[in-house]
Write a protein that binds this ligand. Sequence first.
Ligand code: FE2
Length: 302
Amino acid sequence: MTEAAIHSLDHFTLEVPDLAEGARFFEAFGLDVREQHDRVELRSVGSSHLWGTLLGGSRKRLRSIRFGAFEKDMPALERKLRDCQMASPEPSSNGLWACTPDGLAVEVAVADKSSPASKSSFDLAPRFDASRGTGPRSRVAQVRPRRLAHLAIHTDDVQAAMDFYARLGIRLSDRSGNDVAFLHAPHGSDHHLIALGRSDGPGLHHSSWDVATIDEVGQGAAQMADAGYPRGWGVGRHVLGSNYFYYVRDPWGSWAEYSADMDFVAAGEIWPAADHPGEDSFFQWGPPPPEDFVTNHETMPA
Ligand SMILES: [Fe+2]
């Protein structure tokens, strides 16, 4: 019998100092962005699932993340979280709330499984037509990510954070010492739905969004540069998770990633988790990352 565990990364809430700028950034990124009176809602185009919410704040701050779980698993998850539960910071929430050792609010709530049931489709070289491999630039459509893939989170203690997420049944995929760890859910999920990076406290490093082709990774980079967001990293290919990537720097120093062809851990599969040297844990090819790529802007003095 599978141990009680969450099944999906369901939602994140991010405070930002300028909601209109946040809406502009994620709309350019290719999401379905809806501006409400006090918040901005982030969906993927054609989906009703609410992946992210931006709220106003004095500075950028990852306010909370929510995992989805099956109802049958909730009693066991509640027992496992008993000594780190916290009062709900959201009046409208009826989920179970807990606090990571370094202070990030995490909600577990009954939800439909939004993580994929099998590896997301990936087409390495879709042809334009029978003769031509690719078409004219003027025919390139806006890149529209299909779903939230994962969040990468700063933490002051990767092992302590791993121990916390283990209470939710979240398992190690791969790590590099205590510098970085990639975690998956056991009901079928990407190689990682949460990545942890060593820092001096909690914070959002990046949100990652799934696209179908490596062309879309590159087209996303061009799309964002055209929209006034030229700072980024990529195109490249990660080692752990195997995905092609391009990261766009958001207006507050964190990143939004176009990701394609992530490894998948099927339900019931035991992933060969390993501890990798730093050289083999970051990226296989691509340009060198920007100097501020791993800066945690949420713990910097105001
Ligand atoms: Fe990522």
